[in-house]
Design a protein around this ligand. Structure first.
Ligand SMILES: *Cc1c(COP(=O)(O)O)cnc(C)c1O
Length: 359
């Protein structure tokens, strides 16, 4: 039976990438060792790191005005590093909140600077992006932070926010590489790898070089962006295996035709699923149409009493990890880059059958 893994993260990897990892595990690049056992200072490893950076720059069209860094600690470490590096206890930072991760970001940010939100923060499940008047934002704020795709709620920005000139920082953990972005519109972009760029253990950070190294705070060396920018992320022993997997995923992404082609595939996949959900009286998606996510599709059964049965039967049919996040309820299909269109077809076929049997 073919298994399709709809996990929100760590998420499904391309089959080809898993095969390569398997083939190279005992003998990487003719070294007779696995990549996990090599010095990070060896030529083989540093060559690999060079290719990884070059490929990331090519795929995302990142100019030399930006440093790229690989930092351990996940996206959540960035929630602390960003205010520690870019703001100060008296400095102001503005957060736009449209879901769970944004709430976590402002909560952590508020420990290190004056963190304010563009609109009152709601306790309800977000189903849209709250509007705000950009002209009223403090133009002297140190940064404006937003989450381009809220992974739990499936709420995604489809245009750039207006920020009254405030530098823009974006958590793109669940949608970097899934669609085209103009990096030049941002001052910083970050994404932990386990959604579309590989496996857990590293966070990919793109940062305008002019933003780096101006902190007035006393920072731990390992939490200063300058450390990573100056050493090309080789200050200490980096998580070498996640780096290696990231390169395999980037190569795969390029082989698909790059980000533009991937975006078209993601749009086709998500459109299909939303169309079916909208056409059915049995399922629903509550997110406003102009900010529906192309990569995380939450949906609810009209009758919650059927949830357990839906999850059990879908899992038995090879459709894994469809349970929605606790905070949101219902179901969620995470359909990142590595989810093939066949997976969407199989999911829709199952949903149709389940609807027939239960309505
Ligand atoms: C998964 C996710 C996170 C959390 O990432 P960690 O690497 O676990 O810290 C943060 N933000 C978004 C948008 C996510 O999807």
């Amino acid at each position: 039976m073919t298994v399709y893994n709809f996990s929100a993260g760590p998420a499904t990897l391309p089959l080809e990438v898993k095969r390569t990892i398997e083939q190279e595990l005992y003998n990487w690049n003719g070294t007779g060792c696995s990549v996990m056992e090599m010095s990070h200072r060896s030529k083989e490893f540093t060559d690999m790191a060079d290719e990884n950076e070059a490929l990331a720059r090519e795929l995302l069209n990142i100019s030399d005005d930006y440093a790229v860094m690989l930092i351990p600690g996940g996206a959540r470490l960035q929630y602390s590093m960003i205010p520690m590096n870019l703001s100060s206890p008296k400095g102001q930072a503005i957060y736009a909140i449209n879901g769970h991760w944004g709430k976590q970001a402002i909560k952590e940010g508020g420990r290190f600077c004056q963190a304010t939100s563009t609109a009152p923060i709601s306790d309800d499940v977000y189903a849209s992006i709250p509007e705000f008047d950009a002209s009223k934002l403090n133009a002297d704020a140190d940064y404006f932070h937003f989450t381009s795709n809220e992974t739990l709620e499936g709420v995604q920005w489809h245009s750039m926010p207006e920020t009254n000139g405030v530098p823009i920082v974006c958590d793109m953990t669940s949608d970097l590489l899934t669609r085209e972005v103009d990096v030049n519109d941002y001052d910083m972009i970050y994404a932990s790898a386990q959604k579309n760029m590989g496996i857990a253990g590293i966070t990919f950070v793109i940062m305008k070089r002019s933003m780096i190294g101006h902190s007035e705070n006393l920072l731990p060396t390992m939490m200063n962006y300058k450390t990573y920018a100056d050493t090309r992320s080789f200050y200490n022993t980096p998580p070498t295996f996640p780096w290696y997997v990231m390169l395999q995923v980037l190569r795969w992404t390029q082989a698909q035709g790059g980000v533009k082609t991937i975006q078209a595939m993601n749009q086709s996949k998500s459109n299909k699923l939303y169309q079916y959900i909208d056409s059915s009286d049995f399922y629903m998606n509550k997110v406003a149409k102009n900010c529906r996510s192309e990569v995380n599709v939450p949906f609810w059964l009209k009758d919650d009493a059927l949830n357990a049965q839906f999850l059990q039967q879908s899992s038995e049919s090879g459709l894994k990890a469809l349970k929605g996040h606790m905070a949101v309820g219902g179901m969620r299909a995470s359909i990142y880059n590595a989810m093939p269109e066949n997976g969407i077809d199989a999911l829709i076929a199952f949903m149709k059958q389940f609807e027939k049997q239960n309505s």
